[in-house]
Write a protein that binds this ligand. Structure first.
Ligand code: BTN
Length: 236
């Protein structure tokens, strides 16, 4: 990965389908490392595992970055970077929930609720990925509908803070994308939201037992241990 600054060039859209889609198009057309796409509103925001990602207009940081020559553990690095940003922006004391935690692989939680989501997509064979990040900066959680209201958290800032949060995010990403893998894993393990919890995934259930040196989620099963390298897990 080059040491070039993140966030330049930048394309800001008042309305986008998905900033990840725009960033992927730009990356495929040769956009440089660090290219940033942001939007005030997404009409087709996408999450992991084919889910959608929605955010009330102007309330969230919605951004996608082109990363060339991505380092190992890139998706986990992004989660660690966002967790640090969340701590700096919201402050454990202010939220009363303590440090932000990471639910493997990279959901960022405050008080057990999701404050940020990360969608990493790319063409490894072409040497790039797009890091798509959504952070609930000024979302009024009580005004959300359905199950989002029970599961979402917000930094509780004003809509005018989105740009400040973006600047801090780019700084944290610069730091964590170039950190030693052992340092990244140490930071992730210190924020592991799943450790010791009973979890389920498509093929089974067990007790989360930490993260190995390849960034896989370890799970203790009846009579053995599994190492998950991808997919979705949920708390039981
Ligand atoms: C998830 O938690 O499932 C990942 C959510 C990722 C959402 C962000 S918002 C900016 C970027 N554009 C998208 O369409 N998705 C990501």
């Amino acid at each position: 990965m080059t040491a070039a600054a993140l966030g330049r060039p930048r394309l800001h859209l008042r309305v986008a389908g998905s900033t990840n889609d725009r960033a992927r198009e730009l990356a495929a057309a040769g956009a440089p490392h660090g290219t940033l796409v942001t939007a005030a509103v997404q009409t087709a925001g996408r999450g992991r595992q084919g889910r959608s990602w929605s955010a009330p207009a102007g309330s969230s940081l919605l951004c996608s970055l082109v990363i060339r020559e991505p380092p190992p553990l890139v998706s986990l690095r992004a989660g660690v970077a966002v967790a640090h940003l969340v701590d700096a922006a919201a402050g454990g004391e202010r939220t009363g929930f303590g440090p932000a935690r990471v639910k493997w692989p990279n959901d960022v939680l405050v008080g057990g609720r999701k404050v940020a989501g990360i969608l990493v997509e790319g063409r490894p064979q072409e040497g790039w990925v797009v890091l798509g990040i959504g952070i609930n900066v000024a979302v009024r959680v009580r005004e959300l509908e359905g199950e989002l209201r029970d599961r979402a958290a917000s930094l509780g800032l004003e809509p005018g803070s989105v740009e400040t949060v973006l600047a801090s995010l780019l700084e944290e990403l610069g730091r964590w994308l170039s950190a030693e893998p052992g340092v990244v894993l140490g930071a992730l393990r210190a924020r592991d939201a799943l450790l010791g919890r009973t979890i389920g995934w498509a093929e089974g259930r067990g007790v989360a037992a930490g993260i190995d040196d390849e960034g896989r989620l370890l799970v203790d099963l009846d009579g053995g241990r599994a190492a998950l390298s991808a997919g979705d897990v949920h708390l039981l």
